[in-house]
Design a protein around this ligand. Structure first.
Ligand code: RIB
Length: 292
């Protein structure tokens, strides 16, 4: 089987992760229990998830001309992701995410830096890459105008596009209508899609963490159950789900199978530290499912 060609248009961040037993109140200082710098960014994470699962992946994004920029590109390259469309921005910092890991959950502040320079002109210069993809993935850590433009380009070239509306921000209704699938988590679904038309609801695939995934097909609510395990770090679970979903759809798997596979990949991912740390290979997903 040939590898699906996945293009990811999105953010590339350095994640600065502090582990702490106590989350400080305003004006308070507390002592942390650990600190690590790891590769992240919703776009880059989804690209790595796809690459580990065997796809041919191109990343369209930007880094700064600081020390993180080259490291971030090198990290993607080491995973087999093409960085030909990752250009550095001069006099600009790379995207960073400050992450507090506490009680097996996270709190994240993203400072976009160079990610905000992924503008329409930049994406337009890679229209041929988008047009020759089997599937495109886009999230909301780049300018919203760029997301709208990217979905328009995919519609123009009839390329399926998965819109991961994270972090939650409103987009024009036409952008939702032109997306092939939209993958909010529960809180994003509540914030953005509490009242939707029947046609739009058929595009929604709602991830619910340990409670599985629900979606709507032929007017019916469909569901796959979550996997019960004690997570080490849930950062990047949604990105793993989106990457795996794109690969499975790119491999022409039926929707239910694709969602079950992505659900299992996300469950594997939360068993290791870091957004990309636990992202599985295809064999690891099958082994996990076989041992259930
Ligand atoms: O989805 C997880 C990601 O969100 C982190 O890697 C962080 O960079 C933020 O973008």
């Amino acid at each position: 089987m040939s590898k699906p060609k996945v293009t990811v248009i999105g953010s590339i961040n350095m994640d600065m992760v502090t582990q702490t037993d106590v989350v400080p109140e305003q004006g308070e200082t507390v002592m942390g229990t650990g600190f690590q710098t790891v590769f992240g960014g919703k776009g880059a994470n989804q690209a790595v998830a796809c690459a580990r699962l065997g796809a041919d992946v191109k990343m369209i994004g930007r880094v700064g001309d600081d020390a993180f920029g080259e490291l971030l590109k090198g990290g993607l390259l080491a995973e087999g992701v093409s960085v030909d469309c990752v250009e550095p921005v001069t006099h600009c910092s790379s995207g960073v995410a400050t992450i507090l890991l506490s009680d097996r959950d996270n709190r994240i502040i993203v400072t976009p830096g160079a990610n905000h320079r992924v503008d329409e002109a930049y994406v337009s210069s890679y229209e041929d890459v988008i047009a020759s993809s089997d599937i495109v993935l886009v999230q909301l850590e780049i300018p919203l105008k760029t997301v709208v433009y990217t979905v328009d380009l995919c519609a123009k070239h009839q390329i399926p596009v998965i819109l991961n509306p994270a972090p939650a921000q409103e987009l024009p209704p036409e952008t939702y209508e032109k997306s092939t699938y939209i993958t909010p988590n529960e809180s994003e679904q509540e914030q953005l899609f509490s009242k939707v038309s029947a046609a739009l609801s058929e595009k929604l695939i709602v991830t619910q963490g340990a409670n599985g995934v629900r979606w709507f097909e032929n007017g019916q609510t469909e569901y796959v159950a979550g996997h019960q395990l004690v997570p080490v770090d849930t950062t990047g679970a949604g990105d793993t789900f989106n990457g795996a979903l794109a690969v499975a759809i790119g491999n022409k798997q039926p929707l239910r199978e694709a969602i079950s596979f992505a659900n299992a990949a996300a469950a594997v991912s939360v068993q290791s530290f870091g957004a990309q740390g636990g992202m599985p290979t295809t064999e690891e997903v099958w082994t996990f499912l076989a041992n259930k």
